[in-house]
Design a protein around this ligand. Structure first.
Ligand code: DON
Length: 551
């Protein structure tokens, strides 16, 4: 049978496992949870634009995908309008005013669990102001209309999927919060999950806008709960939270224009550095999935993450050396240090720039509307269900984004990332992120939107899906499905996903790579849209469920 299938595949000249992406003529939504995708498509069909749909999808995910969809977290929205205007909305959480540099170290200087557990792990949430900002600048429908689908999903409930039930069962944090336990624990596949408290908050947000969350009833209840439980977020922290509009980072690769995430994300710098090292290297000649191409790309990852550990943080608190990090001569010099036949040891590889003279669950969705406006959003609670705490009476989960700061230089965070002084905790500062919402253009037109959840793996997964489309000419679904690999400098391990051939793994070991002991490590889950002539292709990542749909 296998042989026969193989012969047929050969005769048809298609790889055996090829899958078709979802195709649509006009508009497309790809999100990590099907009900939220459907909400987005409904908004688009009723005449809303991509930004309207993004607002609705984000609120819907806060109800149907509580692992990461949120109003108690933060994130980034990359927007490219059909007329070429683009912007990046930074609604990342901020450290509360009472935060201190060593707040996650005990008396002996050891890092504690308080950056991921309990009330002090939360940064000031940015999502609601972020969505309101996007809507006020680019939206076309009434705000209340866009919040209503989420209110309905929370009020009347929705059917718990197998995936959600399993994820709730597997969460170590939800049972620690009495309120989370009451709402989520025990939800079984097929049950209807109603969230009346969340519905009430969303109703107020629909009526009063973000003001409710930052200055109204919700702000009052949230800051009171914080005070009662030893948390740090105050009325003032909420009131003073502001969205920051930033210029997207831009670059090019083989004629494609790249718009991506600037700091406080490290993702865009990573993507552009790695593409810069790959450009002109001919790494792709060895073929997708070959030991030679994996080796070369992994070495670019190792080099970027070494730089990330030292040079990146919130640009509003330190002068970052972005021009130096992305200077073609520097990137070329880093690429030249790659030995095509031998892994560099991370112990000997240091962050690359010379000293200055003086001086981490998440979810991603994309929307393209019929006019060609494109939105890529990654937002998060950090860990799955954030810190697991549901604010009593408010029905939403709190983030544990403070873990993305450097709790102690040299100590890894939840994603194993070693981070530097530039990313130390300071009041009002935003923690360094790996979230990489990205939009690619070709000849000045929208070509691709992509991004992912998955901590440090986001950056390397976005890179690989892009390379699979552009360099290895895969259709979008195959590009997303193809097994991936990841290197982040420290630990000095090349993680190979199940599906990369054992023979390839042997060849990588021969080159000196230390491989992960248990293949099957799940990489970040990429959701993407590509323009293919007059069609749009949409692909959600089956590693995380999700749905692409369009019309
Ligand atoms: O901003 C970041 O880089 C992390 N807080 C993202 C966390 C994440 O992707 C977890 N998802 N699986």
């Amino acid at each position: 049978m296998r042989i026969l299938q193989g012969m047929i595949a050969l005769a048809l000249c298609v790889p055996l496992l090829a899958r078709e992406p979802v195709r649509a003529r006009q508009a497309m939504v790809v999100a990590q949870e099907p009900l939220a995708t459907d909400v987005g498509v409904r908004i688009l069909k009723s005449g809303g634009n991509a930004i309207d749909a993004a607002v609705s999808v984000a609120f819907a995910l806060a109800v149907t995908h509580p692992q990461a969809g949120n109003i108690g977290g933060g994130g980034f929205m990359l927007i490219r309008m059909a007329d070429g205007r683009s912007t990046f909305l930074d609604f990342r959480e901020r450290a509360p005013g009472k935060a201190t540099r060593t707040m996650y170290q005990d008396a002996k200087g050891n890092v504690t669990k308080a950056s991921v557990e309990g009330w002090t792990s939360s940064g000031v949430p940015g999502t609601v102001r972020g969505l309101e900002y996007a809507h006020s600048k680019f939206g076309s429908r009434k705000w209340a209309e866009l919040v209503t689908p989420a209110v309905e999903l929370a009020r009347t409930g929705f059917e718990v999927s197998y995936g959600l039930a399993e994820s709730i069962k597997g969460s170590p944090k939800l049972p620690l919060s009495a309120e989370s336990k009451r709402i989520f624990i025990g939800a079984a596949p097929g049950d209807t999950l109603k969230q009346p408290e969340l519905a009430a908050v969303l109703t107020r947000i629909g009526r009063d806008g973000a003001k409710d969350f930052y200055e109204g009833e919700t702000a009052r209840l949230l800051s009171a709960a914080m005070a009662a439980n030893g948390g740090l977020i105050t009325v003032d922290d909420l009131k003073s939270y502001a969205v920051i509009e930033r210029k997207p980072l831009t670059g090019t690769y083989k004629g494609y224009g790249i718009l991506t995430a600037p700091p406080p994300s490290s993702g865009g710098v990573g993507l552009l550095q790695m593409l810069g090292m790959l450009n002109g290297s001919s790494y792709e000649k060895a073929g997708a999935g070959s030991a030679e191409s994996i080796h070369f790309v992994a070495e670019t990852m190792r080099r970027f993450f070494a730089d990330r550990s030292k040079f990146l943080g919130d640009p509003d608190f330190s002068k970052l050396r972005l021009d130096d990090l992305l200077a073609p001569a520097y990137v070329r010099q880093r690429a030249l240090s790659i030995d095509p036949s031998r892994a560099t040891s991370s112990a000997t590889l240091q962050p690359g720039l010379p000293e200055p003279e003086r001086g981490g669950q998440t979810t991603h969705f994309n929307i393209v509307d019929a006019a060609g406006n494109a939105v890529a959003v990654t937002y998060t609670l950090n860990d799955r269900y954030g810190n697991g705490i549901t604010v009593p009476g408010l029905g939403f989960l709190l983030n544990d984004e403070m873990d993305d700061f450097t709790a102690k230089p040299g100590s890894p965070n939840a994603f194993g990332l070693i981070q530097g002084d530039v990313n130390a905790i300071e009041p009002g500062k935003r923690p360094l992120s790996s979230m990489t919402p990205t939009i690619i253009t070709r000849d000045g037109q929208f070509f691709m939107a992509l991004g992912a959840p998955g901590g440090a793996r986001i950056i390397t997964s976005v890179l690989q899906v892009f390379l699979n489309v552009v360099d290895f000419k895969m259709n979008l679904q195959d590009a997303v499905d193809a097994p991936r690999f990841h290197h982040q400098w420290q630990p000095d391990v090349l993680s190979l996903e199940r599906g990369i051939s054992p023979d390839t793994a042997i060849l990588l070991r021969v080159r000196g790579h230390k491989l992960n002991d248990s293949p099957g490590v799940v990489p970040a889950q990429v959701n993407a849209i590509v323009r293919d002539g007059s069609w749009l292709q949409g692909a959600s990542d089956d590693r995380a469920g999700g749905k692409a749909a369009g019309y």
